[in-house]
Design a protein around this ligand. Sequence first.
Ligand SMILES: NC(=O)c1ccc[n+]([C@@H]2O[C@H](COP(=O)([O-])OP(=O)(O)OC[C@H]3O[C@@H](n4cnc5c(N)ncnc54)[C@H](OP(=O)(O)O)[C@@H]3O)[C@@H](O)[C@H]2O)c1
Length: 217
Amino acid sequence: MAELPPLTTAIIGTGGIGSAIARRLASGGQSLRLSSADTESARTLAAEIGPAAVAAAGNRDALHGAGAVVLALRFTVLKGVIDEIADMLTDRLVVVPSNPFGIDAQGNLSRLLPEGQSSGKVVAGWLPAGARLAMAFGTMSAALFESAGNRSPEPAVLFYATDDDRAGEEVERLIRTAGFAPVRAGGMEQSGRLEVGGDLHDLVVGPAEARSLTGGA
Ligand SMILES: NC(=O)c1ccc[n+]([C@@H]2O[C@H](COP(=O)([O-])OP(=O)(O)OC[C@H]3O[C@@H](n4cnc5c(N)ncnc54)[C@H](OP(=O)(O)O)[C@@H]3O)[C@@H](O)[C@H]2O)c1
């Protein structure tokens, strides 16, 4: 049986979605190590969350003692940060909420990958051997994600995609900690369904409906 990850998670990127993920994980009892580009936003967020969160000295420092890392970064900076921390990712869960979209000066979104190309497969190709990738936590806008957590009586589902069973077990635990029910959409070839524009994006449903949408993947 796979070992459960430790109760400390690193979150690199503390903007719109990184801060929402941090708040939800901290409210579920997870200890966090946070980093951001200039460390100021990580420090501000750690102060807001309280003792459960620590602002790290940088991206590599964030990983010390953390069994999992969430890369809450825009797609355009993701590869650079992965390269910076690559040697520390072996045998860790790597969670990526990034959508492969850019935004122009007028606020228009455009997909940065060719139509049909899976962002999950692209990110998997950037990781070192031994890193366990799950595409997760980027399937809802930050405001919806924060408001849908700990829903009752039935929890809302957070979909994820992975090719790795152990990553699946580990990310499911994080998803539950954040106050959601995990449902696997499938392997990395399904990651497009989770993205902006995908049929599972911004969907707030319970587990039974989620399983009917994914065919029980
Ligand atoms: N916002 C949402 O509602 C939402 C929802 C789902 C998915 N997503 C996806 O999540 C990704 C992030 O979106 P976002 O809205 O959170 O972006 P954002 O608000 O711009 O935040 C990006 C974060 O990345 C940090 N960062 C940039 N370069 C870095 C580096 N080299 N090292 C460490 N940290 C670095 C920034 O640091 P500073 O704070 O110091 O600038 C900032 O905290 C995107 O791909 C987006 O599509 C967003």
